[in-house]
Design a binder for this molecule. Structure first.
Ligand SMILES: Nc1nc2c(ncn2[C@@H]2O[C@H](COP(=O)(O)OP(=O)(O)OP(=O)(O)O)[C@@H](O)[C@H]2O)c(=O)[nH]1
Length: 410
């Protein structure tokens, strides 16, 4: 579990940071007023990151920063003033970055920076550069941002690594390299990894006019000229990764059902088509429909009906953790059960049906029961249309029989 420590002695600033953390950080956050209190927290918990004020009543000269770094906690510094000397001092300590507290937006920036760093943790990055020293320096800078970093000494090696590891999310590539230069690499990579799936930042020495535009035209997300300042590097990488995260969030929410947060119909159809192409896998498809749902709406109100749908979704999610569950209609759900045979799928669905029928739905003080009818069919070597037709036919048979049952069609 990720955990963040914030150390700040101003009541007002701490309040603002609490508010922003609750909004942007989906992890446990502890707030300390002083170095002494920070030490107590650190003795009790493991922290992924610290956001600390440089000057505290019991640590006037940045001792808190030295302490968090000594404890191997990546640290972002908050400071009210900065001059070149102080900037050098802070950076030499080895902090991730510093934020100047000169307006309300700086707190916003600081918390969003922490949020992106948390997302970077465990995220894979690749450096392609023929200079060993350059690779080493960039590696250190990326590791400060919590990336898991690999490196390649030329374009060909980088391409091979990228082909074998779809989890790499960031590529930093130099322009001039033997065997395959940065442009060729970017062009080749874009054939199989899109801009919103892999971020690419082009790098090159100063004075190479026009390289930045060409890098971007070939498919890079951004460009940096060497030598770059620490702050510029961090800002560019963070902004690029933030864009990638935003696109991933938008894509994710486009595939989710608003009410239940299960996958929606659109996602289900895309996923199901993909799964059907993997002909060697043993799959089943189930369509599940709540019985007499209209009566629940009529008796307890539409709002209670919504709550009931949410609870059914939550039971489905916990019972079919290893499988894809989607809400495909008002009170209709689809499940693709992968890598198990039809008999095993039947047993799982039957167990769910019994579990649900015994569950007490308590909504606004009313307690009621819900049952479901389920149609099941094999999901292999068929078209999606015919599998859906078969599952639907089985579902109608279940409704015709007695409801509250599972019917399968081979
Ligand atoms: N509260 C709520 N109701 C919904 C939602 N989507 C669909 N419904 C209701 O679900 C009900 C479905 O009714 P029917 O198709 O007649 O089915 P049923 O009452 O479940 O009967 P059987 O399926 O035959 O057992 C309708 O009253 C819809 O208004 C929703 O998002 N929220």
């Amino acid at each position: 579990m990720q955990r963040v420590l914030v150390v700040e002695d101003s009541k007002v600033v701490q309040q603002v940071l609490r508010h922003l953390s609750a909004h942007y950080l989906d992890v446990a956050v502890d707030f300390a007023w002083s170095l002494a209190e920070a030490k107590e927290f650190i003795a009790k918990h493991h922290y992924t990151l610290a956001l600390v004020d440089l000057t505290l009543p019991d640590a006037m000269n940045g001792e808190v920063v030295k302490y968090t770094l000594d404890q191997a906690i990546p640290t972002v510094v908050l400071t009210s003033t900065i001059d070149e000397y102080k900037r050098q001092q802070i950076l030499e300590l080895g902090v991730v970055d510093y934020v100047i507290k000169d307006n309300r937006d700086s707190y916003h920036y600081a918390v969003k920076l922490v949020a992106q760093l948390l997302r970077n943790q465990g995220c894979k990055a690749l450096i392609a550069d023929d200079s060993r020293l350059s690779r080493l320096l960039i590696k250190q800078m990326l590791e400060k941002q919590l990336f898991d970093v690999q490196d390649a000494h030329d374009g060909e090696q980088a391409l091979k690594i990228l082909k074998n590891d779809p989890e790499i999310k960031l590529l930093l590539t130099d322009y001039a390299m033997p065997t395959m230069d940065g442009f060729e690499l970017v062009k080749a990579v874009r054939n199989f990894r899109g801009r919103d799936d892999l971020a690419i930042i082009g790098l090159s020495g100063a004075g190479k006019h026009g390289l930045s535009a060409r890098f971007i035209k070939f498919g890079a997300n951004d460009f940096l000229t060497k030598p770059f300042m620490n702050e510029e590097f961090h800002c560019r990488v963070l902004q690029t990764m933030e864009q990638l995260s935003l696109i991933a969030d938008i894509k994710e929410s486009a595939f989710r059902d608003d009410l239940t947060n299960l996958y929606n119909r659109r996602y289900f159809y895309q996923f199901a088509e993909k799964r059907l192409k993997e002909t060697s896998r043993n799959n089943s498809l189930a369509l599940l429909d709540i019985d007499f749902f209209k009566a629940i709406n009529d008796k307890f109100g539409h709002e209670a009906g919504d709550q009931a749908l949410k609870q059914v979704a939550s039971l489905l999610r916990s019972s079919f953790k290893d499988f894809i569950v989607a809400r495909v209609g008002g009170e209709e759900f689809a499940i693709v059960l992968t890598d198990i045979d039809l008999d095993q799928a039947y047993q799982l669905l039957e167990a769910f049906r019994v579990r649900l029928s015994k569950y007490d739905f308590v909504i606004n003080g009313d307690t009621f029961a819900i049952t479901v009818s389920i149609g099941l069919t094999k999901f292999q070597n068929v078209t999606l249309t015919s599998a859906m037709r078969l599952a639907d036919k089985a579902l109608y048979q279940a409704k015709d029989q007695s409801r509250d049952c599972v019917v399968r069609q081979n």
